[in-house]
Design a protein around this ligand. Structure first.
Ligand code: PEP
Ligand code: MN
Length: 303
């Protein structure tokens, strides 16, 4: 059996080539679309949440990221405000026209808590359930999110397993019934990526698009982990994000904070609200280049 056949549902092969495509809260995700999900790594204060959503709204964005449940390496680190922050986060999102929030869940109870908080607040926004890199092979969690149809799923690649293993994790989700999955590259854990936090793996964007039908996300923040910049003043986060976009990425997950130095989690890697318009402009350039590259390739195919 060709390796590709292991991805029975999500695999791209003759007769099974159509992109995974879903529209959630009016936003369509597939292998052609392009969205940015910027926002807080971890929810901290109401003021920062409001200011972050306001900046996104001002920039015309309808997708965001917000972490309420934070898996941390040290038991003594801030673990996120959990369910208690959900109502006001969702209300703020709704007030600012944000339709989809990528939010990590680490336990099946979190899915119920999110569903309940959305119900109690009148469904002001939607949530994409994010499975973090530390849970890529948490098979019971994968079955939980795959077995519900209320929310789409953003599955992160495992930082210490093969791409093939991570794609099988996505297949686990799909095999439970929910195919509304976006696959996210976020860098690999090895010292060879130094001085970046992880070794950037965005060269795998075309590989995931070739092997599977899933839309592909890249997370430049967790890949780079710092706010260092090239001599031109362009942050490394922008550079690697552009590398993902120029290769056809469909979603960008980006840490952003009104005052990064005060962020409770991953302060070093967040872009600022002031940088958002520049970041979006830079990504529009990369996206335009991707569309032109695709057109050039189509021209060759037709020649
Ligand atoms: C995150 O996006 O907040 C996160 C924890 O990412 P990862 O699972 O990739 O480390
Ligand atoms: Mn993190």
């Amino acid at each position: 059996m060709a390796k590709n056949d292991e991805f029975r549902i999500l695999g791209r092969r003759p007769g099974n080539e159509e992109s995974i495509r879903f529209t959630y809260r009016g936003v369509t995700f597939d292998q052609d679309s392009f969205h940015v999900a910027a926002g807080l790594n971890a929810v901290d204060t109401r003021e920062y949440v409001d200011r972050t959503f306001a900046a996104l709204q001002a920039a015309g964005q309808v997708v965001a990221r917000m972490g309420a449940y934070k898996p941390r390496t040290s038991p003594y680190s801030f673990q996120g405000y959990g369910r208690q922050c959900l109502p006001w986060v969702f209300e703020s999102a709704g007030r600012h026209g944000i339709r989809v929030i990528s939010m990590e869940v680490t336990h099946d109870e979190h899915v119920d808590e999110i569903r309940e908080a959305l119900r109690l607040t009148g469904e002001p926004a939607g949530v994409m359930l994010q499975i973090g890199t530390r849970n890529t092979q948490n098979f019971e969690l994968l079955k939980t999110v795959g077995g519900q149809r209320d929310f789409p799923i953003l599955l992160k690649r495992g930082f210490g397993i093969t791409l093939h293993e991570s794609l099988l994790a996505a297949e686990y989700v799909a095999s439970e019934g929910n195919r509304d999955i976006v696959f996210c590259l976020r860098g690999m854990k090895t010292n060879f990526g130094d001085p970046h936090r992880n070794l950037v793996d965005f060269g795998h964007v075309p590989v995931v698009r070739r092997l599977t039908r899933m839309p592909v996300c890249v997370d430049p923040s967790h890949s780079v982990g710092t706010h260092e910049a090239s001599p031109e003043g362009i942050p490394d986060v922008f550079h690697v994000a552009a590398q993902g976009v120029i290769a056809g990425a469909n979603l960008l997950l980006v840490d952003m904070h009104p005052e990064p130095r005060r962020a409770l989690v991953d302060a070093a890697q967040a872009i600022t609200l002031e940088e958002l318009p520049w970041f979006l402009e830079d990504m529009a350039i990369a996206r335009e280049a991707w569309l032109r590259r695709r057109e050039a390739a189509a021209g060759r195919a037709g020649a």
